[in-house]
Design a protein around this ligand. Structure first.
Ligand code: 4NP
Length: 593
């Protein structure tokens, strides 16, 4: 039997379509009386706005949006980029009014990979860092023109602007284990670097009245600080309420100044988050909040919340009365409701004894022990939180338990844990992923086990099948990495730097040793490869060479190259093109007797 249980192909397509059509929502700001958010509700990732008084929503953009600058309360324009090269992540900057109308090309820059941008709502100009194959630069664009402010040879992220002063963070000492704050004066061209302690990690400065609010680990844990740029005084933000402190958050997902000078923050702990204004918890349901947008008179806050089993909804909280209400609902279609599993958070021991945090989603239909997938997230500096994931839920409704480990290198558990993969990608993190499979068998949850991931998760899939062949019954590698040396030669200036950081310098020997192609002859489990044709982060070319090697060694595999698609999944159709072959393959190799 090829398809599982009662699942014929048409059934599978129907429930999968019904799942992938559940929209995602992410609040990104508030301006001119509107909540600005992104969503794929009409099939394409785009910008929307909501009038919270009338409840009216408006779609602002038509074509897929690549990245968005935080809306500014003074400007009715939202700045964003669009890819102009069929997914190759060569972008140009655009603006669109909150009141709708046509989007406008802000400036005819060369197509580049934008990696951070800030919208100056007062002067309506965009400051951004971007990469080409040959180099990286800090740029400014305004209606009709642009300028390269400086060329840069490291990763620098502008995060805010006040007057002529741009602030941001980056690897300004060239140390892969630290990050420093910078200021750049648009008037004088002066660049200044600040760190409270050499070697510490400092992120996302937000500026107000010449003071910056930022996250730092310089005391050994992540906390918020305020630094006065003119006096050099460093202090902790004062908060009127104690909820924030009592929550004991580990990392800050987002933070900023409320208009009147108080501080707000969205704080993570054990894969969930909560929001606080002036230290007081913003009322919300349990789950993961991504960002907090506060209205002009600081009376209302808007955010989206989801969990692994409840899709995103947008809420409005009344900061005075402490109540909240749903402003954009997202009901689960009836036929999916009973199929979604239950999820929980746990920690297990890896090979060297390190405790690894993990989310488990048990399929409602899989039985125990049942077919199980270890789902490896990308990044590697990201995490699986208790938030909606179409990839994980597709596996769960198709009858697979899912183990989603936050292996060393993941965010969410402090800088020490996150930095553990630097100089060791595909080392300790691979042990963690293999230990997740062993945990699943030991708990009596898993019968056969597959490994599946996209991007860095695709890399781990290839490497796991070659280096730990005894652990897996099958693998699904999406947009993966098979050869770090060839990938380096095909990467643009940003990704070359990224690889240098990950490998703690250009360590070719380690890059060869950690490349899946070196172990291709050891792959025993059936492998499903899915790769976007125009991927410019994890290029297809080395994967085609890997496929030739698989063929030579007589491995069982299938390959799906997705035409006209890039690394970033931007449409519901793209999600379907990845998930359908993945699940058909798993049904054959994990469920068939
Ligand atoms: P991601 O993609 O997992 O989607 O963030 C990656 C792309 C490149 C690299 C790692 C991950 N890299 O190491 O170059």
């Amino acid at each position: 039997m090829v398809y599982s249980v009662s699942q014929g192909l048409s059934d599978l397509v129907r429930i999968l379509e019904s799942l992938v059509k559940i929209p995602v929502y992410g609040v990104i700001g508030f301006t001119h009386g509107r909540v600005v958010y992104w969503s794929n509700v009409e099939g394409v990732l785009g910008l929307w706005c909501l009038d919270p008084v009338s409840g009216e929503v408006k779609r602002l953009t038509r074509e897929p949006v690549h990245s968005v600058a935080r809306p500014h309360p003074k400007s009715r324009f939202i700045a964003f980029t669009k890819d102009v090269a069929k997914g190759r992540e060569l972008e140009k900057p655009f603006i669109i009014s909150i009141h709708g109308g046509e989007e406008e090309l802000l400036a005819d820059t060369p197509p580049m990979r934008f990696f951070s941008m800030v919208w100056d709502g007062v002067k309506e100009r965009l400051v951004f860092s971007a990469a080409t194959p040959s180099g990286m630069g800090l740029y400014m664009a305004w209606r009709g023109g642009f300028e390269r402010l400086m060329s840069i040879n490291t990763i620098m992220y502008p995060t805010d602007i006040e007057g002529d002063l741009v602030v941001g963070a980056g690897l300004l000492r060239g140390n892969p284990l630290s990050m420093e704050i910078f200021t750049y004066d648009l008037g004088t061209g002066e660049l200044r670097v600040y760190t409270p302690k050499e070697g510490s990690v400092n992120k996302e400065p937000m500026i107000r009245n010449g003071e910056i609010l930022f996250e730092s680990n310089f005391k050994g844990f992540n906390a918020l600080y305020i630094y006065d740029l003119s006096t050099g005084e460093l202090r902790s933000p004062e908060m009127s309420y104690r909820d924030y402190e009592e929550y004991g958050g580990v990392e800050h997902l987002a933070y900023g100044w409320v208009g009147d000078g108080r501080v707000w923050a969205v704080v993570k702990r054990d894969g969930r988050s909560r929001a606080f204004v002036d230290g007081r918890e913003v009322p919300s349901p349990e789950g993961t909040i991504g960002y907090l947008a506060i209205n002009e008179d600081c009376s209302k806050a808007y955010y989206s919340v989801s969990t692994l089993t409840t899709p995103h909804r947008i809420y409005e909280a009344d900061l005075r009365s402490g109540s909240y209400r749903v402003v954009i609902d997202n009901p689960i279609p009836e036929e999916l409701r009973g199929r979604l599993g239950r999820s929980y958070f746990t920690r297990y021991k890896s090979r060297d004894g390190l405790k690894i945090p993990m989310y488990v989603v048990e399929s409602a239909t899989a039985g125990k022990p049942g077919p199980t997938v270890v789902y490896v997230h990308g990044g590697p500096w990201s995490e699986i939180m208790d938030s909606w994931s179409v990839m994980i839920n597709a596996l769960s409704i198709a009858g697979y338990h899912v183990l989603a480990p936050n292996f060393r290198g993941s965010t969410g558990y402090g800088e020490e844990f996150r930095l553990m993969d630097i100089g060791d990608p595909g080392g300790g993190d691979l042990d963690d992923v293999a230990a997740a499979a062993e945990w699943g068998r030991g708990e009596g949850l898993a019968s056969k086990i597959a490994i599946m991931g996209y991007s860095y998760g695709g890399y781990m899939t290839y490497l796991a099948l070659g280096r730990r062949p005894d652990v897996w019954d099958a693998g699904v590698a999406g947009a993966g990495i098979v050869d770090w040396v060839e990938m380096y030669s095909l990467s643009d200036a940003l990704y070359r730097k990224f690889i240098e950081v990950l490998f703690k310098g250009l360590n070719r020997e380690l890059m060869v040793e950690r490349s899946p192609i070196k172990y291709v002859d050891k792959v025993r489990a059936p492998l499903c490869i899915i790769h976007p044709q125009n991927d410019s982060r994890t290029p297809l070319k080395p994967v085609l060479r890997y496929v030739e090697e698989l063929l030579k060694h007589g491995a069982t595999f299938e390959v799906h190259v997705i035409p006209d698609m890039g690394h970033v999944v931007k449409t519901v159709e793209d999600v379907m093109r990845i998930l359908l072959p993945a699940i058909l393959f798993l049904n054959k190799y994990l469920k068939a007797q």
